[in-house]
Design a protein around this ligand. Structure first.
Ligand code: M6R
Length: 607
């Protein structure tokens, strides 16, 4: 939530900062702002709305002069998305400008204290207290002043600070949110995500919580909370700028849907060696025997992947698996100990609730395995072991390849653990390894089979509400299909375990309603047909998702989307493809802002 970027070097900062903001806009897009240090002090421009609006206001950056600056794109927490509430925030006398990602939890107390001391606030944000605290405790030492101020803050704060007295120098701090330093030649950067930097440098430093950095064009120095210098490793970003661009597609979401065969291959292929699943994690599969149960956690789509993963892991490993939303797990008093394996699932690796749930479980002795896309992210670094999904950068707010690669990683884990635990016959193991190897091609087939989704979207886009029903893994996929639709098209939709519908919700079914029925598991097909009959008897229209070539479905469904046949345990990934496309084309028909749906942000770094 919120993207920040900073630059210091020899070039004009504003155009570089704007470019960084454009690449970070998926993190928040209700307002934006830039501050640069020109010869005469700090100059600042802010705009409600998109980064493009800000760009127009400053003529693409040409209207601002200065070679050092900070910028921000906002997802509002405190105060409406107005020009005034947009970041950066200036201190009373303009000595400091601050950009912030996170929430200052004790801001009300700090604001009251500052107001009592005569400070006049301009905005409704929590961030403005930081600017005033900085100025009021300033003793001429920029870095130490930021450190002293940060020590007074509670909550999550990634801050970028510009000081009028020190042109060419930036100070930043990370506490519970992502912050990356980019190292150039004669220029340096900070940003919330490497996507903002990769067009300019591939050499980056991932900061840890409680670390501060001081940047000038020639130097980058990192300090811990006590002010001691810290030696950091410089990492090299492995992907290119094109991976973070639309590549000819109208939207990032469509591009990312189409990339799924390749992305799933990147998750699976490096881990299949000589007909075996090799995970390269610090435990042997046999160590799995020390875990009496597995808890899978995550938020949103990552949680939906966890639900699908539960079916697969339990079925193959015969270990009890529970799933729990991270936002619930963190505030319970969970019965979790050293015999629990927590699997935390996250595309961004920065989701605040997932991080908190991991910390909670780890403090009770659980071992933590993370399934994460973003390399070097907080969740990856907090976990005992990591399976990276290697999906490449995902820019659209609605996750697609992020989700299906999480499924692929969970499938790999399930097969690997089942073998280590001795719970799987060799023949079945070989079958599943072959099915994993075939999954990228099956994802491609799912795309190829569904060329008529656009036509169907044209037919159904006017619906006021929809229901998605399924059983078992189809239910897990229904949850994700439903979320995809509602988050980008704003059509109300709910997912139900198909057998549950008649326990109340069926009251909402009438002849206006479209029910999307996922019927991709052979053993449950008959049961699903009964549920389809039930809703049809109440006048609903049915859009079915069924195994490729299964003609039986035409007897009951009004329209059909096909999922390619293959190993049924792994069906959630290919059957989601037509539902992603359906959501995409419905949103397109309805004129929605697909890559940046209202009220959302890609990375939810506040609770
Ligand atoms: O980065 P994460 O996987 O931890 O994100 C979790 C959710 O915020 C995310 O999946 C969200 O639900 C997406 N908007 C769904 O498309």
């Amino acid at each position: 939530m919120c993207g920040i970027v900073g630059y210091t070097g020899a070039q004009q900062a504003a155009p570089i900062l704007l470019e960084g903001l454009r690449r970070l806009e998926y993190r928040g897009y209700d307002s934006a702002g830039v501050a640069v240090h020109g010869g005469g002090g700090i100059e600042m421009v802010k705009a409600s709305g998109t980064v493009e609006r800000l760009a127009e206001k400053i003529d693409g950056g040409a209207a601002m002069h200065g070679v050092c600056g900070i910028a921000h794109t906002r997802w509002a927490t405190h105060g409406a998305p107005t020009d005034t509430n947009a970041h950066p925030h200036l201190s009373e006398h303009g000595t400091f400008a601050v950009v912030h990602n996170g929430i200052i939890e004790n801001y009300a107390a700090l604001r009251a204290e500052l107001t009592a001391a005569g400070c006049v606030f301009r905005s409704e944000t929590d961030t403005e207290v930081v600017a005033h605290l900085l100025e009021r405790s300033y003793d001429g030492d920029f870095l130490r002043t930021v450190m002293r101020t940060a020590a007074r803050l509670e909550g999550s704060y990634v801050l970028g600070v510009l000081c009028a007295d020190e042109p060419g120098r930036l100070v930043c701090v990370k506490e519970a949110g992502p912050l990356i330093l980019g190292l150039g030649i004669g220029e340096n950067y900070f940003a919330s995500d490497v996507t903002a930097l990769v067009g300019r440098t591939k050499n980056v430093i991932y900061l840890d919580d409680g670390e501060f950095a001081s940047l000038t064009p020639e130097s980058v120095t990192v300090y811990d909370r006590t002010g001691r210098e810290v030696t950091k490793t410089v990492s090299r970003v492995v992907w290119d700028l094109e991976a973070a661009e639309k590549g000819g597609y109208e939207h990032f979401m469509l591009k990312e849907i189409m990339e799924q065969p390749r992305a799933v291959k990147s998750t699976i292929a490096p881990r299949l060696r000589s007909g075996r699943v090799e995970l390269d994690i610090g435990w042997s599969a046999a160590d799995m025997a020390s875990f009496r149960r597995i808890v899978l956690t995550g938020c949103g789509s990552a949680y939906h992947a966890a639900v699908a993963g539960k079916y697969v892991i339990e079925s193959l490993c015969r270990v009890p698996v529970e799933t729990e939303l991270a936002s619930e797990l963190r505030y319970r008093d969970p019965i979790i100990g050293p015999d629990t394996l927590l699997i935390a699932v996250s595309q961004s690796g920065e989701t605040a609730d997932t991080i908190a749930a991991m910390r909670e479980c780890a403090s009770r002795g659980a071992k933590v395995l993370a399934i994460v896309n973003v390399v070097g992210s907080t969740i990856a670094r907090l976990a005992d072991e990591v399976i990276y999904t290697h999906a490449g950068p995902e820019i659209a707010v609605a996750t697609t390849k992020g989700y299906t690669t999480q499924l692929a990683a969970l499938y790999l884990f399930a097969v690997w653990a089942a073998e280590g635990l001795g719970r799987i016959e060799k023949t079945r193991y070989n079958e599943l390894v072959a099915a994993l190897s075939a999954l990228p091609a099956r994802m491609q087939r799912a795309i190829d089979l569904n060329t008529h989704v656009r036509y169907l979207a044209g037919r159904w886009h006017g619906q006021g509400a929809m229901f998605f029903i399924g059983r078992g893994m189809d239910y897990a996929a229904a949850m994700e299909g439903s979320l995809k639709l509602k988050e980008i098209s704003y059509i109300h939709s709910e997912a139900y375990a198909a057998g549950e519908l008649k326990h109340g919700t069926i009251a909402l079914i009438d002849e206006k309603r479209l029910v999307v029925a996922l019927c991709c598991q052979t053993a449950l097909f008959g049961k699903m047909m009964s549920n389809v009959e039930e809703v049809k008897a109440r006048g609903a229209r049915v859009l079915a998702v069924a195994p490729e070539g299964d003609r039986r479905i035409f007897a009951d469904a009004d329209d059909v989307l096909f999922a390619p046949k293959g190993e049924e345990l792994f069906v959630a990934a290919p059957e989601l493809v037509p539902l992603q496309l359906f959501a995409y084309y419905v949103a397109l028909e309805n004129g929605c802002d697909i890559d940046k749906p209202r009220n959302l942000a890609k990375s939810v770094t506040v609770e």
